[in-house]
Design a protein around this ligand. Sequence first.
Ligand code: ZN
Length: 164
Amino acid sequence: MNVSFDKSTLRYSLPNKLLCIDDNRLIPPFEEEENEMGVCSECEGQLFSFTYHNFQDYTAVVCRCVDCSLLRIILFDPAWEWVGEYPVSIIDDVSQTSANSVERNSISDIGNIAAIKLETVFSPREIEAMIQKSKGENYVRQYLYNARKKYSLFNELFGYSLEI
Ligand SMILES: [Zn+2]
């Protein structure tokens, strides 16, 4: 299988955990998890995963070496087979113009979103109302109303466009 992207354009923004490919595509992580990912090709130190991103049909795992702190991208195909390992440069932040091209995920079932992300933005009562609404159950309108006012903030932070 072939994956098409310019390997020299791989960048990673640490503050907002966005993977930047081909200079204009910004991909938010779908998962943040620390797993052993093998050995650093530079110093043979242990690589640990940092964030996981969907890229085309592939999964791009941003890893950091515990010894030399080098960031690497390891690409896996849909069958979770290793495709390649690539260097990635760190950018401090993404400009406002390129932030507009972040790939947005539209979400109507918040069960697909890690609780920790929801808890960053919403209160427990707001989350409860959102879950109830998305399941078609009774909910307290005031809490959902308050939650909806924060949807744009949540989208900005995590790249999910909530439709609840
Ligand atoms: Zn290393």
